[in-house]
Design a protein around this ligand. Structure first.
Ligand code: ASP
Ligand code: MG
Length: 437
């Protein structure tokens, strides 16, 4: 058995839902994880923002537009009036639920409940459509098994036990359908695995059940050698090691949610990235492949801020880096890249919410300079340092003529990262694509 996850665009219209239903049926008896239809989660966020600001008409108007959209989908999806009516009832439960929250104060917990409706509506649509097609599908409600523990990490043991029991109790099914993204937290409240978290749901399910494969279906044929938005002649990468995929997902390849790789890697379950528009294309297979000494892809991470702390007193002293890191730790701000020298250190962050407070504190240890609008370019592959190859030389050569603020290699065997100005990004990506592939 496999787990197949379909993202928002894959179920974004009635046509796409029909198409995906065909793929699901052809794949056999698997677990299908669905995202909200594309645009829905954003609309639900918008509704919540109106409600948090107590702008009820704004919320109502946005909700009504969403309701119309789903009505159109129901009209296009079903020719069986009975099934159409039942499905419309299920969707109405979500809309009425949101409408009821418009009375009284709107809390952050209620916002999570609003956000959960998108995935619930997707599974309602797919389940009803399967029924119309004569397929016996069983919905596994994510809110009954997907749970995070204190600290927000998925509670793998609980999820495994609950999910197994639910599947046993349900008896037979031709297809299992479940919601991505949504869960309950340690207090039993409705919560989610953060934006884009449906990939993570699929990976958790694949891992806890020890399934054969985790398939992530999107609208691009796998992880590409470069970002097709900026570089023209990219091609899909056939095979990636888990570590390479993790670097790429984290450093900007939007196709896969960064958290998704970890459960798959720990349980050694291959992840396959596939394209709903070209279901026969090979896509990308992510697994525990042996080292092959090649560069796989280049990705870029935007909106990076570099912070330099220079201290004369750092010379031959210890404890300086500790103090610097402690400051970031205090403000729960992760550091992406760093470069050190005898007299200073530069680190990069992408979460700038606490930038002012952080720089203020860092000023007690040294002179602080901040550079914003930077980009991390990340070259990913099997870049084992003892390899007599020329990864570094080729990467640096490709960036000839482009100012490079930081170069980082050796933190892992899998990436060379360079920090450059955002304005040089496209030029850098194009040149790397030409030189490396
Ligand atoms: N629907 C959620 C989002 O838009 C989760 C997902 O699509 O993965 O973020
Ligand atoms: Mg996604």
């Amino acid at each position: 058995m496999k787990v197949l996850k379909f993202g928002g665009t894959s179920v974004g219209t009635a046509e796409r839902i029909k198409n995906v239903a065909g793929l699901i049926t052809a794949a056999g008896r698997n677990i299908v994880v669905l995202s909200a239809m594309s645009g829905t989660t954003n609309t639900l966020v918008e509704i919540s923002q109106y409600l948090l600001k107590n702008n009820i008409p704004g919320a109502q108007e946005t909700l009504n537009a969403l309701r119309r959209k789903y009505q159109d989908v129901v009209d296009a999806l079903f020719d069986n009036p009975e099934i159409a009516a039942e499905c419309a009832d299920d969707l109405n439960a979500s809309f009425s639920f949101i409408a009821r929250l418009m009375e009284g104060d709107f809390t952050q917990a209620e916002e999570k409940e609003v956000l959960a409706q998108g995935e619930l509506m997707s599974t309602a649509l797919m389940h009803a459509y399967m029924r119309q097609q004569g397929i016996h599908s069983v919905v596994l409600p994510a809110l009954e098994y997907m749970r995070t523990a204190q600290g927000g990490e998925p509670d793998m043991k609980y999820i495994a036990t609950r999910l197994r029991r639910m599947m046993d109790l349900a008896g037979d099914a031709q297809v299992w359908i479940t919601q991505g993204y949504i869960c309950r937290n340690a207090y039993g409240e409705i919560d989610n695995l953060r934006r884009g978290g449906s990939d993570y749901s699929a990976s958790i399910i694949g891992a806890v059940l020890g399934l054969e494969e985790i398939q992530i279906w999107t609208d691009i044929d796998g992880m590409h050698t470069g970002d097709p938005r900026y570089v023209s002649d990219t091609r899909p990468v056939a095979r990636l090691h888990f570590e390479e995929a993790a670097e790429l997902a984290y450093f900007g390849a939007k196709i896969l949610h960064p958290s998704c790789v970890l459960p798959a890697k720990l349980h050694n379950i291959p992840v396959r990235l596939l394209n709903t528009m070209q279901p026969d294309a090979p896509g990308t297979l992510i697994a525990n492949f042996p080292p092959d000494g090649t560069i796989k892809a280049v990705a870029a991470k935007d909106n990076i801020t570099a912070i330099k702390i220079k201290s004369g007193r750092m010379l031959l002293a210890y404890g300086f880096l500790h103090k610097v890191f402690e400051t970031f730790d205090k403000y729960s701000t992760p550091i992406d890249m760093m470069a050190t020298s005898e007299v200073g250190v530069t680190v990069t962050i992408d979460d700038t919410r606490h930038l002012a407070a952080i720089t203020d504190e860092l000023k007690s240890f040294g002179t602080v300079t901040v550079e914003s609008d930077m980009v991390i370019i990340c070259i990913v592959g099997d870049l084992e340092w003892t390899h007599p190859g020329d990864f570094q030389a080729r990467a640096i050569n490709a960036l000839r003529g482009i100012p490079v603020r930081i170069i980082s290699y050796g933190g892992s065997n899998y990436n060379i990262s360079m920090l450059i100005r955002a304005t040089d990004k496209i030029r850098a990506l194009e040149s790397l694509n030409r030189h490396l592939f």
